[in-house]
Design a protein around this ligand. Sequence first.
Ligand SMILES: [Zn+2]
Length: 380
Amino acid sequence: MNLKLVFLLFIISCGYTFAQDGGKFKVVLDAGHGGKDFGALYHGYVEKNIALNVALKVGKLLEQDNGIQVIYTRKTDVFIELSERPDIANRANADLFISIHCNGEPKKAAFGTETFIMGSTKNASNLEVAKKENSVIKLEKEKTKYDGFDPNKPESLVSTVPDAILNNSIDIASKLQDGFTSTLKRKNRGVKYAPFWILNKATMPGVVIELGFVSYEQEGAFLNSEDGQDDMAKAIAKAIQSYKKEYFTGGGSGEYKEPVAATAATRPVAETKPADKEKIVAKPDNRPVAAETAKGVVFKVQISASGKSLETVPENFKGLTNISKDASGAVIKYYYGSTGSYDEAKQLLVTAKEKGYTSAFVVAFKEGKKITVQEALGKK
Ligand SMILES: [Zn+2]
C-alpha cells in the first residue's frame, strides 16, 4: 500500500475539520420550537419559552469570549421550519450545533436531563423523544424538503453522520451531561442515540439537549425560573468552552484533533442484540501486516462501551470474532480486531458497521497505551 493511499484513508476517517474562515469558533444555538409551535406544555410551563431563554443566556455568556461567534436560529418567539435550523448552521459553516429543548410526558413521572446525538435506536422512549421533536414538520406546508421522511416514523431515518463528527458529538454531549449532573446535580438520563432530523442534516458535530421535563412539576418550576435557566445556561456555556478549548485551535488553522475518550460514565452504550444467531464470519485478522505504520502500533475498532461485562464470544457481538475488552476505566470498552495495518483496520471497521455497529471507530495503541490515529500514522 502506498503512502498516498494511507493519507487518503486518513483524510476519509478523520474527515471532520473545523471551519477555516475568520478564525472564530462558530456555535449555533438553536432554541427549539417557537411561534405557533409551543413544544411541550404542562403546568403552564412552555417549552418554547424556556428553550429561548436558556439559548439567549448561553449566547450572552459565550459572547464574552471574543474567540467565539454565536449564531442563533431564533432570538424571539417566531416559528421556524425544522429544515431551516440545520441550514442556518450549514450556511454559516459553523463548528457546533446545539439544539435546546425540554421534555414532557403525560404520566408526569419522568424527570432528569438527557442529551441526544444522531443514531438509530430500538429504545421506545428515545424514539418517542425524536418523534416529538421531529413532529414540527407536520405544522409546515412544504414537506418536500424532507425527502419523504415521515416524522411519525423516526426509525426510518438512517444516519448519514460521519464517524469523526459523531465522535465529537458524543464528546460535547458527555461534557454537557457532566455539567448538568456533577455540578448542578440534575438527574442524569445520559447521552443517547435517536434519529433527529436536524442532527442528520447538520454537517458539523451537534446535539439535542433535553434540559428536563416540564411535565414533572418540580423540574418544570426549576426550568421555568430565572435561577434554573441561569444554572442550565452556565453549564451549557462551560461545556461548549471546554469543547472549544479541546478541539479548536483557533486562528483559522482549522486543525483537527481526534477526540479523546469520552467521559466514561456518560458514553452511550451501543445496542447489542443478545445471542444473534447469524453465522460467524471468517476471521479477517492475522493477515500480513503493512509496513507503513510506526513500530509497535496496533489498530483496533472500538465497537461499544458498556457498564456490563460481557464474555468476548461471538454470540455477544453479532457474530464478530477477535473481540477484546478494556475494563480499566469506569466503563468497559469492547474492541474488534487487532492489526498493525491501518488499511486493514478500515476493513475491520466496515465489517463492524455491516454487522450493525454503526458508530464504531478506529483506535490506535502503542505499547498498550492509547494514542491518536494521527500519531499512529506518524502525522504528528
Ligand atoms: Zn422540543
